[in-house]
Design a protein around this ligand. Sequence first.
Ligand SMILES: [Zn+2]
Length: 96
Amino acid sequence: MRHCRSCGCDISDRPKRHFICLRCFGDAARRLKAGDMPPPSACGPTCVAIGLDNNRVSQLIKLAHPDKHKNTEEANDATAWLLHVRDTLAEGVKYG
Ligand SMILES: [Zn+2]
């Protein structure tokens, strides 16, 4: 079973490339459109603060690649998420 990374609800019926449920996606899209940022307490550390940048994500994509992990579901899930992170960083989306 896969869970929404925002609220934790079941998203097993959603396409594999989706990591949050439609409700959370809609909420995030509305906040972005309105220019609202979540409160700092909901953000946690920033990408910069933890050293998460394109170079680090590229490194992790290479390390997690399913070809190196017998094509396990875990490797596929981690790689798909890392690709999502890379795309998100490329879009310049910032939450705090
Ligand atoms: Zn959700």
